[in-house]
Design a protein around this ligand. Structure first.
Ligand code: GLV
Length: 332
């Protein structure tokens, strides 16, 4: 029986392409060409499976154009690029890459918090611009981190990792808000206390966002929420663009209604709201929270293993849906 055909939508580690080639007829994109939705659909029309990143949208019209497609393995833990309901109805399996990136992403969340509070990039720009002529006592004085209150919105695995770092490493008083409360044993282990969102925003010195992007979480932080925060507070978003109203945030930063922000994700990325580029009190990184070589390789391997296990008949390893109809085409 011929091997299933898969598309690797974006460039990945060459060894992952080689590994997948042992199991599938592979079309890769090692030139990393960005494709429009129509171009992506044209590539997928004769494919049984795909390995995607968060940049490829899998929606109703693409699914209608690609009737052979049985599985899309996302190389990301977030999968807001999937229309999950449409995939489920079309009988298409979706998978993501949880767990393998948890600690690395929590590390980065903390790095961004530290860089934001302690004005690391702002002071580096000052130095590189040749403006450091003398030391002064208040030069780039930032916000304290240790012993302050850390508020985490979204207390999944990554949120819990950030809580542990804050509580155990920095002696922070950790509060969190989530759709559901953690069980008491996990709360105790993370040394985190559940509070209402309003209390979190009003009392936290540092607010970190780690919740999934859904219709409900759109603009979780907008002008009203920014107005509730302390004027000395910092805000970090390592979750998804769209969770923060970037225009409202740019204005709040410009008017110093909060002290600073650290952003790894943006509404409409890779475009960045021009207002954010103009203010000095924001640390900006290009969606790299899980970007260590080891973690990105683990994510690519998990996405690949999902494809292999699925077509092998073992079922997906880390599914995000349970498709209504599933006809597994050729076995390998
Ligand atoms: C990255 O943003 C991911 O969802 O893995």
């Amino acid at each position: 029986m011929s091997k299933p055909r898969i598309l690797i939508a974006r460039a990945v580690f060459p060894e992952v392409v080689e590994h997948l080639s042992l199991h599938f007829q592979v079309e890769s994109n090692q030139e990393d060409v960005l494709r429009s939705p129509a171009e992506l659909a044209a590539r997928l029309v004769d494919k049984d499976g795909a390995l995607t990143t968060g940049s490829e949208r899998i929606d109703r019209s693409l699914l209608a154009a690609c009737p052979r497609l049985r599985i899309v393995a996302n190389m990301a833990v977030g999968y807001n690029n999937f229309d999950v309901d449409a995939m489920t109805a079309a009988g298409v399996q979706g998978t993501n890459t949880p767990d393998v990136l948890t600690e690395t992403t929590a590390d980065f969340g903390f790095a961004l918090l530290m860089a934001t509070a302690r004005r690391v990039t702002e002071s580096e720009h000052f130095l590189r611009a040749g403006r450091w002529n003398k030391w002064s006592y208040d030069m780039f004085a930032g916000a304290e981190v240790h012993g302050t209150r850390l508020g985490i919105i979204g207390m999944g695995r990554i949120g819990q990792g950030i809580a542990r770092r804050g509580a155990h490493g920095f002696g922070m008083d950790v509060v969190y808000h989530n759709r559901t409360r953690l069980d008491p044993a996990l709360e105790a282990e993370c040394k985190a206390r559940y509070v209402a969102k309003e209390e979190l925003l009003r009392t936290a010195d540092h607010v970190v966002l780690v919740l999934p992007y859904t219709a409900d979480s759109h603009h979780t932080i907008g002008a009203a929420e920014l107005a509730q925060m302390k004027p000395t507070a910092t805000l970090v978003n390592i979750a998804r663009g769209g969770i923060v109203d970037d225009a409202a945030l740019a204005q709040a930063l410009r008017e110093r209604r909060i002290a600073a922000a650290g952003l790894d994700v943006f509404e409409g990325e890779p475009q960045v709201h021009p207002g954010l580029l103009e203010v000095p009190n924001v640390v900006l990184t290009p969606h790299i929270a899980s970007a260590t070589v080891g973690t990105r390789l683990a994510m690519a391997n998990l996405a690949a293993d999902n494809l292999i296990a699925f077509f092998d008949g073992r079922g997906p390893l880390t599914p995000v849906n349970t498709p209504a109809v599933r006809t597994i085409t050729p076995s390998i």
